[in-house]
Design a protein. Sequence first.
Length: 86
Amino acid sequence: MKHGVDLLKFEVHTGTAEFVDTLLINNFSPVITMPSRITSRSSTLIDHIYLYPGKKYLWWDSNIKSGNILSDITDHLPNFIFILNN
């Protein structure tokens, strides 16, 4: 079974490192940084949310909250992001 890009592997997998470099060069920031798929044998970060500031940087004054919701319904944890305007 093939899985998505595991961002936790950016230091040891060339393809993942290139993917992350491309995101960062183009001003996309990953906001989920903890494992999002957890099994009894492994944990991976394959469910992603990225934040792009846009041309006017409207969210610089915003408070960003993101994370995973613990759930035992599936081995993929639901992700969330809140962008709170000040």
